[in-house]
Design a protein around this ligand. Sequence first.
Ligand code: C2E
Ligand code: MG
Ligand code: MG
Length: 564
Amino acid sequence: MIESTQMQRPKLVLVVDDQEINRDSLGIILEDDYEILYAENGKEAVEQMRAHANELSLVLLDLMMPVMNGFEVMEIVREDEQLKHIPIIVLTAEKSAELRALQMGAADFITKPFDMSEVILARVGRIIELSEGRQLISAAEHDRLTMLYSRNFFFEYANRLYHYHPELHLDAIVMNIEQFHTINALNGRDFGDDVLRLIGNEIRAFLGETQGIASRIEADRFDIYCLHQTDYRALLNRFQEKVSSLSRSTRIHLRMGVKPWREGVEPILLFDRARTACNMVRGDYQNPLMIYDEDMRMRELLNSRLLNDLRPAVEERQFQVYYQPKYNIQVDPPRLSSAEALIRWKHPDLGMISPGSFVPLFEGNGLIGVVDNFVWQEAAKQIARWKEKYSFTLPVSVNLSRSDVFDPTLPGRLDHLVLDNGLSYKDLKLEVTESAYTDNAKQVLDVIKSLRNKGFEIEMDDFGSGYSSLNMLSDMPIDVLKMDMKFIRNIEESETDRRLVSLILDIARYLKVSVVAEGVETEKQLEILRSGKCDLVQGYYFSRPLPSEDFEKLIEKEIAIERN
Ligand code: C2E
Ligand code: MG
Ligand code: MG
């Protein structure tokens, strides 16, 4: 890369001398290899340097000049962030000036009258090479914006500290900015840069008070490896106050994860855990600090175990589908109307694992499709079996995850299930949680609409736990609202909850969709819902989710009622 740019364009050198003869003779020596600019005094030299700060590879600088001499030029350059990286070779006739020039930052000197042209070319070439090498190293070593270490150097140094200074007990701290992309989008990148720079400055101030190193690992993530601290809340507050002072109108929230020093734990692992802790409090503005502890370690171990065990579990048929009935409560006695298919994992070592502990995990890893596909197939076969065995059609709803909805093969796979099992579309209902509609609503809505147009019935699951506005709701392709369990839980004692439930029932009537109340456990809850004209109820009051063999008793009972 460097070689080829060299071929394309000669490097730029500035020759500064008040004597025309000197400028000319240097020009002749250099012109075959370099592009050359000239200045006749120090003032012009500084102007040229400013104008070409990023292209200039070298300055050849005479010391004795009118207007502004070479020492004054070096003084200005030394203080100027934009200019100080440009190497200067001093042109001098007096030996005595050499030392002073070197002290002021000159890279080398060439004596007058000029040496052989080969010598001059060699010196110029060598200084340029050295300076480029040094810039490369320092650019790689530091993040330009915050002047903290870059990622690689940070971990290199952290490892050295860890190995050579075992007496230092160093904690890993990861700090992150909430919604940084939104801050950038709303306020512009310059503002975003200001925020990052401010945090960088404060971290450097902090490291001046204790021992440690820090890096901006990427975009808005900062890693700090420092002596064990006793009060992390205070530390986070310190940074939070700084960034809050930057703008009144934009709220900036930081979050922090900490993994305290542990004997024998290397920096890379320490920071992995601090990052996990930091991610756990993402979006939690009330409690933006998390210290990695034993519970979290166990949870992580379990998660990685479950991830590993997924494939064999499918092959060895450890998954089983349970069915929970939904009853129509507007008739007396209540009638079995449909069921929900719910996954169960019978793990050979860990026993029965509830979907609450693996569904969110697999959703995060894109593996939930494997589970869902299995459940859908089982449910479709089961509907067909019951049709055959009892001449009775029990519609079953299955849960769709957000990632299923984005899978382009979804409509085709669902079609197959229906056709291959001789079902009609309305036999297989689809539950999609409210929160799946929240971001990228358009694409989700398009997919769901097309499924509904085929004839699938769509149930919005956990309604009331997300943030659909009434406005959005009226455009949503849904047939049923499943009211979130939390509304039912305290309905007996809480007047507010009763009002909320009745509000949801009103909304459903307005939208002309029916309502399923989930989590109904008591007779009293049932009565409240019945008098509020809720259509359907699912909950332990009627039955827990059951394996298909046990569920058959409910079907048989239903058939008996039908015959009477
Ligand atoms: P969900 O779809 O809202 O399912 C209802 C959950 O409420 C089930 O929990 C059910 O057992 C529970 N439940 C029903 N009645 C009562 C009651 O009266 N009291 C109480 N306390 N709980 C009741 P489960 O089976 O543990 O499933 C939890 C969640 O896991 C489900 O919530 C669903 O979001 C997810 N899930 C379950 N199976 C699947 C699946 O096959 N695929 C996907 N993607 N998610 C699934
Ligand atoms: Mg559900
Ligand atoms: Mg639900």
